[in-house]
Design a binder for this molecule. Structure first.
Ligand SMILES: Nc1ncnc2c1ncn2[C@@H]1O[C@H](COP(=O)(O)OP(=O)(O)OP(=O)(O)O)[C@@H](O)[C@H]1O
Ligand SMILES: [Mg+2]
Length: 467
């Protein structure tokens, strides 16, 4: 119809008339928009409402984290009253998470009514618009916005997918789109509940983690960077890697598994570590095997006075590996300056091999020993694996565990059901026998050469196996 009308209009009116009509229409439109703008000004002038905009991107396309936090807060708010919901799966174990999916949301805070609306501009950028009565200005700007952002961040932390990062070998940094870290979703079932260790020690670690997590104000008050170092040490199979997974699950932090042997030098180490995000755990497994930290330092200190400047430089180039001082500088220096809320964990089987400078308090704040299976630890494993609180064989096992060194990994392996029917008596009987055998071996070993032979060399870490 429009085409038909247009064709008729073209034929019936002479050209100068057409131009006059066009101009008339345009000027009317301009007048309308002028009036609209004018009325907008008048309404804004007399309106009792205030509007605050929070854009998704600030200048230079910097992402505005407040926008995301507000979005999360509003998404989670009052989903029972919402008409539109959005479902997404956060973690396999946690099932579906429902979010409110509406552009306009109403909220009440300390008696002040506010309206949130997402507005999308023509070029696709979104802005959160917050409208409220001028009466509530003080409450909204004073505490409401802060409250919304903080709530949003804490909801994000609870429902976010955890990630496990591993550093790319530096040779590949150019090719793999310049990314220093690659990551996969981290879904490990370990928890403090299933971790077999002395309950008092476990509680101590848990208290420490809680104090760290809630310590934002405290760390600010004492003027210390919000970070904490843990050293986990003990023989193989005693649960060091399992504990790291349990800590990550408990705090909902990402893990950065740092493989020092894939790094060429200290500056690469610095680059990697400054690219980590906050709320994360940086893990260096088997620190004694990763880098020859101790001997290198001693050698350098000894040789320094004898060597001429040039020779020293040449040696530095040859040994262009991560050094102890590089690691220490990072922990104390840049580490403190960039990023907050981070935990660094070292693990080792040989505490005695580590340089005292590395493990002094302040760098590694807490030393946690994970040792051979105690009776308390055994009880946790029995509960996990066999759903058992007591059994006539428990007292025998208790006395055997007192003077037998068996790692929780070995005990756990013995208690794994071999088929669908769990034969509790059979399993515990087997365990008693193998404990007796182990005790005999250990006594024999001690008679021979005083101590058991140590295994050495770098193992494939638990997290490495995932890639
Ligand atoms: N304390 C423990 N509580 C529960 N399970 C444990 C414990 N220790 C070991 N295990 C079991 O043994 C397996 C191996 O343990 P894990 O990898 O944590 O040992 P590790 O101390 O890191 O050893 P390594 O020094 O060789 O790296 C785990 O998958 C877990 O099933
Ligand atoms: Mg391990």
């Amino acid at each position: 119809s429009l085409f038909f009308l247009w064709a008729t209009f073209q034929q019936m009116f002479p050209d100068h008339l057409k131009i006059a009509i066009k101009e008339f229409l345009l000027s009317t439109l301009q007048q309308v928009s002028f009036f609209q703008r004018f009325s907008d000004h008048i309404i804004t002038f007399f309106s009792p409402y205030v509007v605050i905009s929070i854009p998704e991107y600030e200048e230079y396309y910097r992402f505005n984290h407040a926008f995301a936090a507000i979005d999360t807060y509003l998404g989670a708010k009052a989903i029972d009253k919402a008409h539109k919901l959005k479902a997404s799966q956060v973690k396999e174990s946690k099932g579906l998470v429902l979010k409110r999916d509406e552009a306009k949301v109403r909220d009440v805070y300390q008696g002040v009514h506010v309206w949130w609306e997402i507005v999308t501009s023509t070029d696709g950028y979104r802005t959160q618009k917050l409208t409220f009565h001028r009466r509530g200005l003080e409450i909204v700007t004073g505490s409401y916005i802060k409250y919304v952002v903080e709530e949003g961040i804490s909801i994000e932390a609870k429902t976010k997918k955890m990630k496990l990062f591993t550093n790319n070998p530096s040779l590949n940094w150019e090719t793999s789109k310049g990314s220093l870290w690659r990551h996969i979703d981290f879904e490990h079932p370990a928890s403090f509940k299933t971790l077999a260790m002395d309950p008092a020690k476990k509680q101590e670690v848990l208290n420490d983690l809680e104090a760290f997590r809630n310590g934002k104000e405290y760390y600010k008050k004492i003027g210390k960077a919000w970070k904490r170092g843990y050293l986990l040490y003990g023989p193989p199979g005693t649960g060091k890697s399992t504990m790291i997974a349990a800590i990550a699950n408990h705090l909902n932090y990402n893990i950065y598994d740092l493989e020092l042997t894939a790094i060429q030098n200290n500056s690469e180490l610095r680059k990697l570590l400054t690219a980590t995000s906050s709320k994360s755990i940086i893990v260096i497994e088997d620190i004694d095997c990763s880098v020859d930290l101790t001997s290198k330092r001693k050698k350098r200190e000894g040789d320094l006075s004898v060597k001429k400047y040039g020779e020293q430089g040449k040696e530095d180039q040859n040994q262009s590996r991560v050094t102890l001082s590089g690691l220490l500088n990072f922990i104390d220096g840049i580490w403190s300056a960039c990023g907050q809320e981070r935990i660094i964990i070292f693990t080792t089987n040989h505490m005695e091999k580590l340089d005292p400078a590395l493990i002094r308090r302040g760098r590694m704040d807490m030393h946690i020993e994970l040792s051979y299976c105690s009776f308390e630890a055994f009880k946790v494993l029995a509960k996990n694996y066999l759903d058992l609180d007591s059994h006539p064989l428990f007292s025998e096992i208790e006395s055997l565990l007192k003077d037998t060194k068996m790692a929780p990994a070995d005990v756990a392996e013995k208690m794994m059901a071999k088929n669908q029917n769990i034969d509790v008596d059979g399993i515990l009987d087997d365990l008693v026998q193998s404990l007796e055998r182990r005790r005999k071996e250990q006594r024999g070993d001690q008679d021979d050469d005083g101590h058991k032979k140590k295994s050495s060399g770098k193992k494939l870490g638990m997290f490495r196996g995932l890639f």
